[in-house]
Write a protein that binds this ligand. Structure first.
Ligand code: DOR
Ligand code: ZN
Ligand code: ZN
Length: 429
Protein backbone atom coordinates (compact mmCIF):
# COMPACT_ATOMS: atom_id res chain seq x y z
CA UNK A 1 0.00 0.00 0.00
CA UNK A 2 1.38 3.38 -1.06
CA UNK A 3 -0.07 6.65 0.26
CA UNK A 4 1.12 9.97 -1.10
CA UNK A 5 0.84 12.98 1.17
CA UNK A 6 0.86 15.74 -1.38
CA UNK A 7 2.02 19.31 -0.70
CA UNK A 8 2.72 19.10 3.03
CA UNK A 9 4.28 21.93 4.99
CA UNK A 10 7.22 20.25 6.75
CA UNK A 11 10.27 21.51 8.59
CA UNK A 12 12.14 21.19 5.29
CA UNK A 13 9.56 23.25 3.37
CA UNK A 14 6.72 22.04 1.14
CA UNK A 15 7.25 18.36 0.34
CA UNK A 16 5.47 15.31 -1.04
CA UNK A 17 5.84 12.32 1.26
CA UNK A 18 5.29 8.76 0.18
CA UNK A 19 4.32 6.16 2.76
CA UNK A 20 4.96 2.61 1.63
CA UNK A 21 3.46 0.09 4.05
CA UNK A 22 4.86 1.06 7.46
CA UNK A 23 7.73 3.30 6.32
CA UNK A 24 8.47 6.64 4.73
CA UNK A 25 9.87 5.71 1.35
CA UNK A 26 10.19 9.07 -0.41
CA UNK A 27 10.43 12.75 0.50
CA UNK A 28 10.74 15.28 -2.27
CA UNK A 29 9.07 17.50 -4.79
CA UNK A 30 8.62 14.97 -7.54
CA UNK A 31 5.80 12.63 -8.42
CA UNK A 32 5.55 8.98 -7.57
CA UNK A 33 3.14 6.12 -7.90
CA UNK A 34 0.51 5.71 -5.22
CA UNK A 35 -2.65 3.85 -4.29
CA UNK A 36 -4.07 6.79 -2.36
CA UNK A 37 -3.30 10.49 -2.58
CA UNK A 38 -4.08 12.93 0.23
CA UNK A 39 -4.03 16.62 -0.58
CA UNK A 40 -2.28 18.27 2.36
CA UNK A 41 -2.35 21.83 1.06
CA UNK A 42 -2.50 24.26 3.99
CA UNK A 43 -1.68 21.54 6.51
CA UNK A 44 1.47 21.03 8.51
CA UNK A 45 3.10 17.62 8.80
CA UNK A 46 4.83 16.79 12.08
CA UNK A 47 6.77 13.67 12.94
CA UNK A 48 4.62 11.67 15.40
CA UNK A 49 5.01 12.97 18.93
CA UNK A 50 6.89 10.79 21.41
CA UNK A 51 5.61 11.21 24.95
CA UNK A 52 8.21 10.20 27.53
CA UNK A 53 5.81 10.40 30.47
CA UNK A 54 2.44 8.64 30.44
CA UNK A 55 0.51 6.86 33.20
CA UNK A 56 -1.58 4.40 31.20
CA UNK A 57 -2.92 2.54 34.30
CA UNK A 58 -4.88 -0.54 33.05
CA UNK A 59 -4.18 -3.84 34.95
CA UNK A 60 -5.96 -3.36 38.30
CA UNK A 61 -6.91 0.22 37.42
CA UNK A 62 -8.76 -0.28 34.14
CA UNK A 63 -11.57 1.84 35.61
CA UNK A 64 -9.26 4.85 35.33
CA UNK A 65 -7.80 4.10 31.89
CA UNK A 66 -6.82 1.20 29.65
CA UNK A 67 -4.19 0.78 26.96
CA UNK A 68 -6.98 1.13 24.45
CA UNK A 69 -8.43 4.38 25.80
CA UNK A 70 -5.02 5.91 26.53
CA UNK A 71 -3.71 5.16 23.07
CA UNK A 72 -6.90 6.46 21.42
CA UNK A 73 -6.29 9.64 23.40
CA UNK A 74 -2.67 9.65 22.21
CA UNK A 75 -3.73 9.44 18.55
CA UNK A 76 -6.27 12.22 19.03
CA UNK A 77 -3.40 14.33 20.39
CA UNK A 78 -0.90 13.48 17.65
CA UNK A 79 1.18 11.22 19.89
CA UNK A 80 2.37 8.06 18.15
CA UNK A 81 4.74 6.65 20.80
CA UNK A 82 4.23 6.57 24.55
CA UNK A 83 6.51 5.62 27.41
CA UNK A 84 4.54 4.18 30.29
CA UNK A 85 5.34 4.84 33.95
CA UNK A 86 5.79 1.97 36.43
CA UNK A 87 3.43 3.11 39.23
CA UNK A 88 0.72 0.73 38.13
CA UNK A 89 -1.01 -2.03 40.09
CA UNK A 90 0.93 -4.32 40.02
CA UNK A 91 3.92 -2.00 39.75
CA UNK A 92 6.47 -2.50 36.96
CA UNK A 93 9.29 -3.29 39.35
CA UNK A 94 10.07 -6.94 38.54
CA UNK A 95 9.74 -9.49 35.77
CA UNK A 96 6.26 -10.46 36.83
CA UNK A 97 5.07 -6.85 36.73
CA UNK A 98 6.72 -6.31 33.37
CA UNK A 99 5.11 -9.46 32.00
CA UNK A 100 1.65 -8.33 33.13
CA UNK A 101 2.20 -4.94 31.55
CA UNK A 102 3.40 -6.42 28.28
CA UNK A 103 0.19 -8.42 28.06
CA UNK A 104 -2.04 -5.44 28.79
CA UNK A 105 -0.14 -3.30 26.29
CA UNK A 106 -1.05 -5.63 23.44
CA UNK A 107 -4.21 -3.51 23.10
CA UNK A 108 -2.15 -0.44 22.22
CA UNK A 109 -2.86 1.45 19.01
CA UNK A 110 0.42 3.38 19.14
CA UNK A 111 4.06 2.43 19.71
CA UNK A 112 5.12 2.03 23.30
CA UNK A 113 7.87 1.16 25.73
CA UNK A 114 8.10 0.98 29.52
CA UNK A 115 10.01 2.66 32.32
CA UNK A 116 11.06 0.22 35.04
CA UNK A 117 10.46 1.34 38.62
CA UNK A 118 13.36 1.31 41.08
CA UNK A 119 12.57 0.74 44.76
CA UNK A 120 14.72 0.28 47.86
CA UNK A 121 14.67 -3.48 47.38
CA UNK A 122 14.40 -4.47 43.75
CA UNK A 123 17.93 -3.85 42.48
CA UNK A 124 18.49 -7.52 41.65
CA UNK A 125 15.19 -7.61 39.74
CA UNK A 126 16.20 -4.55 37.76
CA UNK A 127 19.59 -6.04 36.92
CA UNK A 128 17.98 -9.32 35.92
CA UNK A 129 15.67 -7.53 33.50
CA UNK A 130 18.36 -5.26 32.10
CA UNK A 131 20.86 -8.09 31.66
CA UNK A 132 18.51 -9.65 29.17
CA UNK A 133 18.51 -6.24 27.46
CA UNK A 134 14.81 -6.03 26.70
CA UNK A 135 14.25 -3.58 23.93
CA UNK A 136 11.00 -2.39 25.49
CA UNK A 137 12.58 -0.89 28.64
CA UNK A 138 13.28 2.78 28.02
CA UNK A 139 14.55 3.98 31.39
CA UNK A 140 14.62 3.49 35.16
CA UNK A 141 12.16 5.59 37.14
CA UNK A 142 12.82 6.75 40.68
CA UNK A 143 10.40 8.56 42.97
CA UNK A 144 12.05 10.48 45.77
CA UNK A 145 8.61 10.86 47.38
CA UNK A 146 5.29 9.14 47.24
CA UNK A 147 2.94 10.33 44.54
CA UNK A 148 -0.05 8.16 43.56
CA UNK A 149 1.09 5.22 45.73
CA UNK A 150 4.61 4.77 44.45
CA UNK A 151 7.48 3.10 46.16
CA UNK A 152 9.86 5.73 47.38
CA UNK A 153 13.65 5.72 47.41
CA UNK A 154 14.83 7.66 50.46
CA UNK A 155 18.17 6.01 51.14
CA UNK A 156 20.97 7.90 49.30
CA UNK A 157 23.20 4.80 49.22
CA UNK A 158 20.53 2.81 47.39
CA UNK A 159 19.93 5.77 45.10
CA UNK A 160 23.60 5.70 44.16
CA UNK A 161 23.38 1.97 43.43
CA UNK A 162 20.43 2.61 41.12
CA UNK A 163 22.47 5.22 39.26
CA UNK A 164 25.36 2.75 38.97
CA UNK A 165 23.10 0.08 37.46
CA UNK A 166 21.68 2.63 35.03
CA UNK A 167 25.21 3.59 34.03
CA UNK A 168 26.24 -0.03 33.54
CA UNK A 169 23.30 -0.76 31.24
CA UNK A 170 23.28 2.67 29.63
CA UNK A 171 19.69 3.55 30.58
CA UNK A 172 18.57 7.02 31.67
CA UNK A 173 17.40 7.41 35.28
CA UNK A 174 14.16 9.38 35.34
CA UNK A 175 13.52 11.18 38.61
CA UNK A 176 10.45 12.59 40.29
CA UNK A 177 12.52 14.95 42.41
CA UNK A 178 10.24 16.05 45.26
CA UNK A 179 11.98 14.75 48.38
CA UNK A 180 9.85 12.96 50.95
CA UNK A 181 11.55 14.34 54.09
CA UNK A 182 10.97 17.93 52.94
CA UNK A 183 7.35 17.20 52.00
CA UNK A 184 6.83 15.69 55.47
CA UNK A 185 8.24 18.80 57.12
CA UNK A 186 5.94 21.17 55.20
CA UNK A 187 2.94 18.92 55.68
CA UNK A 188 3.25 19.10 59.44
CA UNK A 189 3.95 22.86 59.36
CA UNK A 190 0.88 23.74 57.31
CA UNK A 191 -2.15 23.76 59.55
CA UNK A 192 -4.89 24.07 56.92
CA UNK A 193 -4.90 21.09 54.59
CA UNK A 194 -6.78 22.32 51.55
CA UNK A 195 -6.20 22.56 47.82
CA UNK A 196 -5.56 26.31 48.29
CA UNK A 197 -2.36 25.36 50.09
CA UNK A 198 -1.27 22.45 47.88
CA UNK A 199 1.78 24.31 46.57
CA UNK A 200 2.73 25.25 50.13
CA UNK A 201 2.21 21.74 51.49
CA UNK A 202 4.12 20.13 48.63
CA UNK A 203 6.58 22.95 48.88
CA UNK A 204 8.90 23.86 45.99
CA UNK A 205 11.83 23.32 48.33
CA UNK A 206 11.25 19.54 47.97
CA UNK A 207 11.80 19.46 44.21
CA UNK A 208 14.66 21.98 44.35
CA UNK A 209 16.59 19.99 46.97
CA UNK A 210 15.87 16.70 45.19
CA UNK A 211 17.17 18.18 41.95
CA UNK A 212 20.42 19.23 43.65
CA UNK A 213 20.85 15.75 45.10
CA UNK A 214 20.44 13.88 41.82
CA UNK A 215 22.48 16.37 39.79
CA UNK A 216 25.39 15.73 42.16
CA UNK A 217 24.90 11.99 41.95
CA UNK A 218 24.74 12.04 38.15
CA UNK A 219 28.01 13.98 38.10
CA UNK A 220 29.64 11.47 40.40
CA UNK A 221 28.39 8.32 38.64
CA UNK A 222 28.24 9.47 35.03
CA UNK A 223 24.81 8.04 34.29
CA UNK A 224 22.21 9.72 32.10
CA UNK A 225 19.86 11.77 34.29
CA UNK A 226 16.37 12.70 33.10
CA UNK A 227 14.57 15.17 35.35
CA UNK A 228 10.82 14.77 35.06
CA UNK A 229 8.33 17.65 35.07
CA UNK A 230 10.57 20.56 36.06
CA UNK A 231 8.22 23.03 37.69
CA UNK A 232 10.15 25.91 39.25
CA UNK A 233 12.52 28.68 38.25
CA UNK A 234 15.12 27.49 40.74
CA UNK A 235 15.21 23.97 39.29
CA UNK A 236 15.60 25.14 35.71
CA UNK A 237 18.42 27.45 36.72
CA UNK A 238 20.22 24.63 38.54
CA UNK A 239 19.75 22.41 35.50
CA UNK A 240 20.96 25.09 33.11
CA UNK A 241 24.18 25.42 35.08
CA UNK A 242 24.63 21.66 35.39
CA UNK A 243 24.13 21.11 31.66
CA UNK A 244 27.16 23.31 30.95
CA UNK A 245 29.43 20.66 32.48
CA UNK A 246 27.43 17.48 32.07
CA UNK A 247 26.05 16.49 28.69
CA UNK A 248 24.18 13.59 30.27
CA UNK A 249 21.65 15.80 32.04
CA UNK A 250 18.24 16.07 30.36
CA UNK A 251 15.01 17.64 31.49
CA UNK A 252 11.33 17.49 30.70
CA UNK A 253 8.57 20.02 31.17
CA UNK A 254 4.81 19.53 31.04
CA UNK A 255 2.29 21.82 29.33
CA UNK A 256 0.61 22.43 32.71
CA UNK A 257 3.78 23.61 34.42
CA UNK A 258 4.55 25.81 31.42
CA UNK A 259 1.16 27.46 31.04
CA UNK A 260 -0.83 27.09 34.27
CA UNK A 261 -0.14 28.29 37.78
CA UNK A 262 -1.71 28.23 41.22
CA UNK A 263 -3.93 31.22 40.36
CA UNK A 264 -6.39 28.82 38.68
CA UNK A 265 -6.87 26.76 41.87
CA UNK A 266 -9.80 28.77 43.33
CA UNK A 267 -11.66 28.09 40.10
CA UNK A 268 -10.72 24.46 39.38
CA UNK A 269 -10.17 23.05 42.89
CA UNK A 270 -8.86 19.48 43.00
CA UNK A 271 -8.94 19.21 39.20
CA UNK A 272 -5.74 21.25 39.43
CA UNK A 273 -4.21 18.99 42.08
CA UNK A 274 -1.00 17.57 40.63
CA UNK A 275 2.47 16.65 41.83
CA UNK A 276 4.64 18.63 41.65
CA UNK A 277 2.02 21.36 42.14
CA UNK A 278 1.13 24.12 39.74
CA UNK A 279 3.48 26.88 40.75
CA UNK A 280 3.71 30.61 40.16
CA UNK A 281 3.65 32.97 37.20
CA UNK A 282 7.39 33.58 37.53
CA UNK A 283 7.93 29.84 37.15
CA UNK A 284 5.82 29.75 33.94
CA UNK A 285 7.92 32.60 32.61
CA UNK A 286 11.25 31.03 33.49
CA UNK A 287 10.28 27.64 32.04
CA UNK A 288 8.97 29.13 28.81
CA UNK A 289 12.10 31.23 28.43
CA UNK A 290 14.29 28.16 28.84
CA UNK A 291 12.14 26.19 26.45
CA UNK A 292 12.80 28.84 23.81
CA UNK A 293 16.51 28.93 24.78
CA UNK A 294 17.01 25.20 24.33
CA UNK A 295 17.63 24.31 27.99
CA UNK A 296 14.56 22.08 28.08
CA UNK A 297 15.01 18.84 26.17
CA UNK A 298 11.53 17.36 26.03
CA UNK A 299 7.82 17.87 26.49
CA UNK A 300 6.17 15.12 28.54
CA UNK A 301 2.45 15.20 29.19
CA UNK A 302 2.45 13.36 32.55
CA UNK A 303 -0.96 12.10 31.44
CA UNK A 304 -2.30 10.90 34.81
CA UNK A 305 -5.92 9.81 34.48
CA UNK A 306 -8.18 9.39 37.50
CA UNK A 307 -11.95 9.24 37.65
CA UNK A 308 -13.71 12.58 37.86
CA UNK A 309 -15.52 11.19 40.90
CA UNK A 310 -12.18 10.57 42.62
CA UNK A 311 -11.08 14.13 41.89
CA UNK A 312 -14.29 15.40 43.50
CA UNK A 313 -13.38 13.93 46.89
CA UNK A 314 -11.90 16.03 49.72
CA UNK A 315 -8.44 17.54 49.19
CA UNK A 316 -6.54 14.84 51.04
CA UNK A 317 -8.43 11.99 49.36
CA UNK A 318 -8.46 13.35 45.82
CA UNK A 319 -5.71 11.81 43.69
CA UNK A 320 -3.13 14.01 41.95
CA UNK A 321 -2.88 14.37 38.21
CA UNK A 322 -5.11 14.81 35.18
CA UNK A 323 -5.19 13.75 31.52
CA UNK A 324 -2.85 15.47 29.08
CA UNK A 325 -2.42 13.43 25.91
CA UNK A 326 -5.16 15.16 23.93
CA UNK A 327 -4.31 18.73 24.80
CA UNK A 328 -0.50 18.99 24.77
CA UNK A 329 0.16 19.54 21.06
CA UNK A 330 -2.55 22.14 20.35
CA UNK A 331 -1.70 24.06 23.54
CA UNK A 332 1.99 24.08 22.77
CA UNK A 333 1.37 25.13 19.18
CA UNK A 334 -0.98 27.94 20.29
CA UNK A 335 1.39 29.32 22.92
CA UNK A 336 4.46 29.15 20.70
CA UNK A 337 2.68 30.80 17.78
CA UNK A 338 1.84 33.76 20.03
CA UNK A 339 5.55 34.59 20.27
CA UNK A 340 7.44 32.96 17.38
CA UNK A 341 6.95 32.18 13.69
CA UNK A 342 5.25 29.08 12.33
CA UNK A 343 8.60 27.70 11.11
CA UNK A 344 10.24 28.15 14.51
CA UNK A 345 7.19 26.64 16.19
CA UNK A 346 7.39 23.61 13.93
CA UNK A 347 11.07 23.24 14.71
CA UNK A 348 10.70 23.49 18.49
CA UNK A 349 7.77 21.07 18.66
CA UNK A 350 9.44 18.54 16.35
CA UNK A 351 12.64 18.70 18.37
CA UNK A 352 11.25 18.63 21.92
CA UNK A 353 8.28 16.38 21.36
CA UNK A 354 9.75 13.93 18.86
CA UNK A 355 13.46 14.05 17.99
CA UNK A 356 14.94 14.55 21.46
CA UNK A 357 12.80 11.87 23.15
CA UNK A 358 13.85 9.41 20.41
CA UNK A 359 17.54 10.32 20.88
CA UNK A 360 17.57 10.27 24.70
CA UNK A 361 15.71 6.97 24.98
CA UNK A 362 17.24 5.41 21.85
CA UNK A 363 14.05 4.85 19.92
CA UNK A 364 15.26 3.81 16.52
CA UNK A 365 13.81 4.92 13.17
CA UNK A 366 11.34 7.31 14.75
CA UNK A 367 11.39 10.97 15.83
CA UNK A 368 12.02 12.48 12.41
CA UNK A 369 10.42 12.69 8.99
CA UNK A 370 13.15 10.81 7.18
CA UNK A 371 13.30 8.24 4.39
CA UNK A 372 13.56 4.76 5.91
CA UNK A 373 11.94 5.82 9.21
CA UNK A 374 8.62 4.34 10.31
CA UNK A 375 5.66 6.32 9.04
CA UNK A 376 4.62 7.95 12.32
CA UNK A 377 3.18 11.24 11.09
CA UNK A 378 0.74 13.90 12.20
CA UNK A 379 -1.23 15.97 9.75
CA UNK A 380 -2.13 19.18 11.53
CA UNK A 381 -4.38 22.10 10.60
CA UNK A 382 -2.47 25.15 11.91
CA UNK A 383 -5.39 27.52 11.45
CA UNK A 384 -8.26 25.61 13.00
CA UNK A 385 -9.54 27.36 16.13
CA UNK A 386 -11.39 25.32 18.71
CA UNK A 387 -12.11 25.07 22.43
CA UNK A 388 -10.89 22.33 24.72
CA UNK A 389 -13.91 20.30 25.81
CA UNK A 390 -13.02 17.37 28.00
CA UNK A 391 -16.38 15.67 27.44
CA UNK A 392 -15.03 14.83 23.97
CA UNK A 393 -11.84 13.21 25.25
CA UNK A 394 -11.00 9.63 24.28
CA UNK A 395 -9.43 9.24 27.71
CA UNK A 396 -11.70 7.94 30.47
CA UNK A 397 -10.67 10.99 32.49
CA UNK A 398 -13.11 13.58 31.19
CA UNK A 399 -11.90 16.77 32.87
CA UNK A 400 -9.00 19.12 32.37
CA UNK A 401 -7.48 22.16 34.04
CA UNK A 402 -7.34 23.55 30.48
CA UNK A 403 -11.13 23.19 30.07
CA UNK A 404 -12.59 25.90 27.83
CA UNK A 405 -9.21 27.16 26.62
CA UNK A 406 -9.30 28.46 23.04
CA UNK A 407 -6.57 26.90 20.99
CA UNK A 408 -5.36 27.17 17.44
CA UNK A 409 -4.22 24.06 15.58
CA UNK A 410 -5.78 20.64 15.41
CA UNK A 411 -4.74 17.10 14.58
CA UNK A 412 -6.52 16.14 11.37
CA UNK A 413 -4.97 12.75 10.75
CA UNK A 414 -2.37 10.54 12.32
CA UNK A 415 -0.28 7.73 10.85
CA UNK A 416 1.13 5.09 13.18
CA UNK A 417 3.50 2.73 11.36
CA UNK A 418 1.69 3.75 8.18
CA UNK A 419 -1.79 3.02 9.55
CA UNK A 420 -4.13 5.96 9.09
CA UNK A 421 -6.38 7.38 11.81
CA UNK A 422 -8.64 10.31 11.05
CA UNK A 423 -9.92 12.73 13.64
CA UNK A 424 -13.53 13.68 13.31
CA UNK A 425 -15.18 16.56 15.12
CA UNK A 426 -13.80 17.37 18.51
CA UNK A 427 -10.92 14.93 18.99
CA UNK A 428 -13.33 12.09 18.15
CA UNK A 429 -11.66 9.26 16.24
O1 DOR B 1 0.23 14.25 39.88
C1 DOR B 1 0.81 13.17 39.70
N1 DOR B 1 0.13 12.08 39.32
N2 DOR B 1 2.11 13.11 39.94
C2 DOR B 1 2.76 11.92 39.94
O2 DOR B 1 3.94 11.91 40.20
C3 DOR B 1 2.04 10.67 39.70
C4 DOR B 1 0.83 10.91 38.91
C5 DOR B 1 -0.11 9.72 38.91
O3 DOR B 1 0.37 8.60 38.70
O4 DOR B 1 -1.32 9.91 39.05
ZN1 ZN C 1 6.17 12.52 38.80
ZN1 ZN D 1 4.06 11.16 36.27
Amino acid sequence: MKTLLFNCQTELGIRNILIKDDQISYIGLGKSEYDEKIDCHGFTLFPGMIDTHVHVRDLEMTYKETWETATRAAIAGGITTIMDMPNTKPATIDLEGLRAKRLAALQALVNYCFHLGATENNLTDIEKILRKQPADVAGIKVYLSSSSSNEVVRNPKILEKIFLIAYKYDKPVLVHTEQQSILDKWFSHTSEKSIKFHSLIRNREAAIEGTKLVLDLADKVGSKLYLCHVSTQEEIELIKTAKKQNENVFCEVTPHHLFLNENIIPEVGNIGKVNPPLSKKIDNKALFKELLNGTIDTIGTDHAPHLKKEKEQSYLNAPSGFPGLETALPILFTKLREVISQDETLHIISTLFSKNPADIFKIEKRGEIKTGNYADLVLFDPNKKWKIKSQNFQSKAKYSPFEGMEVQGKVVMCFVNGIKYENQGDTKL
